[in-house]
Design a protein around this ligand. Sequence first.
Ligand code: PMP
Length: 408
Amino acid sequence: MTATDAASDRQLAAPVPPFATRVSAIGGSPIRSILAVTARPEIINFAGGLPAPELFDTEGIAAAFDDVLTHDARRALQYATTEGEPALREALAERTTARGLPTDADDVLVTTGSQQALSLLATALLEPGDTVLVESPCYLAALQAFGFAGARVIGVPCDDDGIDPAALDALVAEHRPKLLYTVPTFQNPTGRTLPAGRRAAVAEVAGRRGVWIVEDDPYGELRFEGERVPWIATYEGARDRTVLLGSFSKVMAPGLRLGWLRAPKELRRACAVAKQAADLHTPTVTQLAAARYLATCDLDAHVAEVAAVYGARRDAMLAGLPGALPEGSTWSRPEGGMFLWARLPDGHDATALLSRAVTHEVAYVPGAPFYAVTPDPATLRLCFVTQTEPEIGEGLRRLARALRPSEA
Ligand code: PMP
């Protein structure tokens, strides 16, 4: 062995530097771990957040891709601008304008799922130690995105109607947060919708106290009951400080990984710069196929069909819950979206009970991980859209055997 060989051996043996602390500090999603355990086909899985795959318009989407790859392949397979394909931005602006928020194509940044929009906003807005306010409980992967940016995340007290505006005002005064993150319509995980009056109050607080609002709306179009409520972004105080996030995941298909954000000019530019570093741009072929789909198919009619099926599935779940959960449990009654939130009586721990449910071949997500700070261990989230009505009935009978064993 020469001296050079020995030196290179020593180099090989030297430990590599450690990962960034944020990796161990944030960890993986507990829901993804639960999904791995509950993926066995015999388990009726209310845990995932999966849109019903049998309702995807596979023919329409295939035809749109086919059309683009047949007639516009060179463009579809080429690099594109970070902001997104003009045809898609135009179509998204039109849809947003038609829903009461005047929008130009230039106001829109296409993202790789709305999840990317959350990361871009965290990069563009947050310094380590900055405070972010979220709903309590909150969409889990938003907690991850803000956590990775080193933010201090605080939960705003919520009731059955969502954010309590007076509590929000007090927290903003005390903690001077940079942003409030909210899913005001058919929230994940609770299914709750913030009423118009509270939206106006939230907008007023943000306007008066100077806070960004991130209004995440992946579920709003999936309404099967009641009247549409205007976006917070449409209210006076919030207009120049609200970022609206949209997604094709729940209305078309999540595998497309296609979302968008609508933000004031300077913030949109900052997000575009962050996106250059993340992935340069969202896949061109997917953007053009989505634009082609919007031009040639009736997305609204498709969404109406999906919502009708989801409404029937919600009804099946509401019908079975009284017999499935222990006496004294409560649950939300969402008018749209995909999730329902339940609370078992005091003293129950939904995390501890999950293994019993899995033994009975049914699964849900315990509510605890959705809380930024202090979890309520008695809560759980049920997704009511992935199973058919008979499967929902059977799943709830299994849940009854797990959670009400004395009656079995
Ligand atoms: N926001 C919320 C509230 C969600 O529930 C989800 C998906 N579960 C996302 C954002 C991310 O959606 P996507 O990246 O698929 O658009």
